[in-house]
Design a protein around this ligand. Sequence first.
Ligand SMILES: C[S@@+](CC[C@H](N)C(=O)[O-])C[C@H]1O[C@@H](n2cnc3c(N)ncnc32)[C@H](O)[C@@H]1O
Length: 249
Amino acid sequence: MDFFNEFNRFYATSQTSPFPHRLNARHQAIIANNAAALSGKKVLDIASHDGRWTFAALAAGAAYVKGIEPRQDLIDSAVTTFNHYDVTKSRYDFVCGDVFDKLQGESFDVVLCLGFYYHTARHAELLDRIERSGAQFVVIDTEVTPAAEEVLPQGQQDPRLIFKNPYGIQLIREPVDDQQMACDDSLTRNGHTLVGRPSRAAIQFMAEHFGYASSQYDWTAHFLAHPEHADSMHDYHEGWRETFYLRKP
Ligand SMILES: C[S@@+](CC[C@H](N)C(=O)[O-])C[C@H]1O[C@@H](n2cnc3c(N)ncnc32)[C@H](O)[C@@H]1O
């Protein structure tokens, strides 16, 4: 449960929620729970930030991890940290750029899409590219809209009906000058781009479309066992963030 206590440089290399309880709890959901799926695998870490999850995946036994991150200063920081912890250089690469420019044609066994699926408006396209990479296992850790907004009215099962369709993605305008937000892209106007926050149902719907079975980490049970984590994890605790596991059958 305390992975990042041992590698505590990550508490200082980002301004994006680098809180010990939060990073360690996310480690449980994202990495520790999936150690067998990561072991020996070629992994893509989308939005690799300061390298926290690239590093954790390697420590869990991944053979190789490629991180894609558009902010060069975060990549520089990741490389400094990896050198500090003496990570073998042939086991990782960081590529600077937008995932939609950099994820083209390369194969991966596992894809980590963490803290990014609500910083894009191109959700289906991203999952399409992930699936085309050959990924058999995908972790999507993302903000979602509250579950109460997803309820289908009784007897209404046809998603072609526009009203009350639960597969919603809510558009948001987001600044591009913040290290935890979307990067400057072709949709940017006046320092803001368009992104969308998907519902849980939308993610499950897209996962199924691309041939993945989806399940979720049980954050409710997690907070019952670790109420002390709730303080730095309002988003997960209040039900507007989830960790999805997508598996090819
Ligand atoms: C909220 S942080 C998530 C960091 C980390 N993956 C995590 O979950 O802890 C969002 C990250 O997405 C990166 N990002 C923004 N737009 C991106 C894009 N188009 N392609 C790849 N990464 C992007 C940001 O630079 C930032 O590092």
